[in-house]
Write a protein that binds this ligand. Structure first.
Ligand code: HEM
Length: 418
């Protein structure tokens, strides 16, 4: 017997705008029905997968569980709109998250080396300069400000713009597009735009970038993509646009949401902030704990290519599975005291970056930029306190905080310099 309220809650953007509700839904699922057949109103049915081991089991088998044709949750109405607009294609873009098998491998290899730790490390000094500028802004705007809107949203955007080699003058335009792209049904974030419009805006913007890099190649990722070859032929226009969009969108809200959500967790657990201040060598562990804690990517979908038994449930070929990362990251069977935020949690085998062939391409970049930001914050700010109600984006896909009012107390040296 289906529980309609539960099924509707799993698919509803609103569930994810209230963390208590989100975690209550998934605690219940992990306890009562970890692989749950879900039939929400207005959506094609799917299996909700809430346990860490099951998410890993699916992610490990990329040939049995495909990203195409359904990589994320769309309503039936919206899916129909896309099919009409895209003349039969199920997605607006065809980036890495929409690809499988050899195709995915070939496209991923184009930029994979660029995102490896050694390569990313070469950007450390330039990212550190962006982090310093970000904390300078914080000091200037403080002591009371919205850490998300005034700070967290800008820093990852600037890092993305650095790796794509985009001019600073385009910051506001790109920010507006990304926020509309990931706004879900959250009216406050979307500000009247929608996913289709945001995708068209992205494509219009990146068309110019692509053309420019073909004529004047540099050492940025945009040049790598624009001048790449697939099967001996120049990359297609649609695929190149999709690649830029995947990077620009995936690298932004995920990281800003983690930075703001991580700071909120530190304010709610002041002893953890003090621990980190006393021993900044814990920052890499703390960043992983922030990703586990926030899990800004709420799900990705896979489609079974053959019948499969998962935790005793019969998955039929062609059925869809929603892998729920925030739930897997609070799984009592994997994490001791999963609802405790611990900056020194070790080991921390979270799946916040996914796993397997599609594991986050920008994982090392994201970790490095968050580590640099928090080191800068810890060295210049004595403490933060909440200065109002935080608010979370209402989205079932990607998002974090949209408001984080804080009051900060600077270190004495920083106060004197300000
Ligand atoms: C804290 C920050 C981030 C989190 C939590 C995160 C999380 C994720 C997750 C869960 C996936 C799907 C993995 C899967 O299907 O197994 C993913 C994919 C991806 N991410 Fe990230 N991400 C972050 C930052 C970034 C950054 C900074 C970039 C790029 C600059 C990036 C680029 C990508 C791309 C291109 C994919 C698609 C990979 C593929 O399908 O092969 N991400 N990310």
């Amino acid at each position: 017997m289906q529980d309609k309220n539960l099924d509707n809650a799993i698919a509803s953007n609103k569930t994810y705008g209230d963390l208590d509700v989100q975690h209550a839904v998934f605690c219940r699922l992990r306890e009562e029905d970890p692989v749950h057949w879900t039939e929400p109103d207005g959506f094609e049915p799917f299996w909700t997968v809430s346990k860490h081991a099951d998410v890993m089991e699916i992610e490990r088998q990329q040939d049995r569980f495909l990203n195409a044709p359904r990589s994320k949750l769309f309503s039936i109405d919206f899916q129909r709109e896309i099919l009409e607009l895209m003349q039969g294609k199920t997605h607006l873009v065809r980036g890495l998250p929409q690809m499988d098998g050899l195709d995915h491998k070939a496209y991923r290899q184009l930029t994979q080396a660029w995102f490896q730790p050694k390569q990313v490390k070469q950007l450390e000094a330039r990212i550190a300069a962006l982090a310093k500028r970000t904390v300078d802004d914080l000091v200037e705007k403080g002591p009371e400000l919205d850490f998300y809107a005034d700070i967290a949203v800008w820093y990852p955007l600037r890092v993305i713009m650095l790796i794509l080699g985009l001019p600073a003058a385009d910051e506001t335009r790109l920010l507006r597009i990304t926020q509309a792209y990931f706004g879900g049904s959250d009216a406050e974030v979307q500000k009247g735009s929608d996913l289709i419009k945001a995708t068209q805006d992205y494509i219009a913007y990146f068309d110019g970038v692509s053309e420019d890099r073909r004529r004047n190649p540099t050492d940025d990722v945009a040049s790598v993509i624009a001048n790449s070859q697939i099967d001996g032929r120049p990359i297609g226009h649609y695929e190149a646009s999709s690649y830029y969009i995947a990077l620009a969108s995936a690298g932004h809200d995920t990281t800003s949401g983690t930075a703001a959500g991580g700071l909120l967790a530190l304010m709610q657990n002041p002893e953890q902030w003090r621990k980190l201040k006393a021993d900044p060598s814990l920052v890499p562990l703390a960043v992983d704990e922030m990703v586990r804690w926030v899990s800004p990517v709420k799900h990705f979908f896979r489609t079974a290519t053959e019948d499969y038994v998962l935790r005793g449930k019969d998955i039929k070929a062609g059925e869809h599975l929603m892998m729920c990362y925030p739930s897997a990251n609070r799984d009592e069977d994997v994490f001791g005291d999963p609802f405790a935020f611990r900056v020194d949690r070790n080991p921390n085998r979270h799946v916040g970056f996914g796993f397997g062939a599609h594991v986050c391409l920008g994982m090392f970049m994201a970790k490095l930029e968050l580590q640099i930001l928090f080191r800068e914050l810890l060295s210049r700010v004595d403490s933060f306190e909440l200065n109002g109600e935080p608010a979370w984006v209402e989205t079932s896909f990607v998002g974090g905080l949209k408001r984080l009012p804080v009051r900060m107390h600077l270190e004495e040296a920083a106060t004197a310099a300000a």
